[in-house]
Design a protein around this ligand. Structure first.
Ligand code: AMP
Length: 319
């Protein structure tokens, strides 16, 4: 039996299915979670399907989460999408169902669930959900509402098909979703548009970022800056790719100071693998897109020296 058929067999067994995703969600977290939920609602109209997690207003155009009581989990199948590690699962109740399935595309450092389906070759978890549908198409329905959510997830995680995880298969899947009649230009605009606060923060970042000797770059966003631009932690996601737009920059980090004075590090690379460095700093992620944590500003210089050393290993022809 293929893993897709094993997953379908479990879906068929349960009347209630609760789908989770990761904390601090991005379009792929929302897209894979809610796109799967819509496929299951359309395919099994008699089952109760829920999508849970924090309600992030800036992603409400993709979908909105459901609020459910603890009892719902009693005889439920729980599916977690796009979430590498258990501490990152949004809503701790994911452990209280009857059966657990993990579907993800991040490195499988934390193997959890009764079924664990991880494909690190996929551009996004949304792509894997379309793969799931395609291998079970005789038994599942893919409504255009789900297609729009999954397309948003793929476009979000590939940076509009710019990152190397974009394969011919990714583009075929995107074409398949567009063929279902979704408004792709509108979704692209939603993903690309920025608020006035983000526009002004972008100007600040370009003005104040530092580029090191070997072309690592960084910007430190302290609380006062975040308050000046009236932005919370999630408002920084759109300025992360900005630093990498500089042609010479090889890898980069955006430091976002938290209320407890610690820093969340958003790390990206065009070549050198940065997730091992992230792991040294209580983080992890993909080879070219990771996150980590620094307890205070004291560690920034040390960290930047390590990032600069990684940048020095880059093959300049490939950047
Ligand atoms: P972000 O900068 O938050 O968009 O994160 C980029 C990628 O790094 C995500 O897809 C996550 O897989 C990963 N990541 C971020 N923060 C952490 C963390 N603290 N621990 C492990 N992985 C992380």
């Amino acid at each position: 039996m293929t893993i897709q058929n094993e997953i379908l067999a479990q879906i068929k067994k349960y009347d209630t299915i609760v789908i989770h995703r990761h904390k601090r969600p991005d379009p792929d977290a929302y897209g894979s979670q809610c796109g799967l939920a819509e496929i299951l609602r359309a395919s099994f109209p008699n089952k109760k399907i829920y999508q849970v997690g924090e309600n992030v207003a800036s992603l409400n155009w993709i979908a909105t989460p459901n609020e459910i009581a603890d009892e719902v989990y009693q005889n439920a199948l729980v599916i977690v999408t796009d979430t590498a590690n258990t501490p990152r699962v949004d809503d701790e109740r994911y452990t209280t169902g009857k059966y657990l399935i993990k579907i993800d595309h991040h490195p499988n450092d934390d193997v959890y669930g009764d079924i664990c389906w991880v494909n690190t070759e996929a551009s996004s978890c949304s792509e894997i959900i379309v793969d799931l549908y395609n291998s079970l198409a005789k038994e599942l329905v893919l409504p255009s509402r789900a297609a729009a959510m999954l397309y948003a997830g793929i476009v979000g995680d590939t940076g509009r098909f710019m990152y190397s995880a974009t394969t011919p298969h990714t583009l075929r899947i995107a074409a398949q979703l567009v063929e279902l009649g979704i408004d792709a230009p509108l979704i692209n605009r939603k993903l690309d548009g920025i608020t006035e606060s983000v526009a002004r923060l972008s100007a600040y970042v370009l003005q104040n970022m530092v580029v090191t000797k070997h072309n690592a770059a960084y910007i430190v966003l302290n609380r006062d800056v975040m308050e000046t631009f009236k932005l919370g932690d999630s408002g920084t996601s759109q300025i992360v790719p900005l630093v990498g737009k500089l042609e010479n920059v090889v890898c980069w980090t955006v430091f976002v100071q938290q209320k407890d004075q610690s820093y969340r590090l958003r790390i990206r690379s065009k070549g050198p693998v940065i997730n091992e460095l992230a792991k040294e700093y209580k983080g992890g992620g993909h080879p070219l897109a990771s996150g980590a944590v620094l307890a205070s500003a004291d560690g920034i210089d040390d960290y930047i020296n390590k990032l600069d050393a990684l940048a020095a290993t880059a093959d300049s022809a490939a950047i």
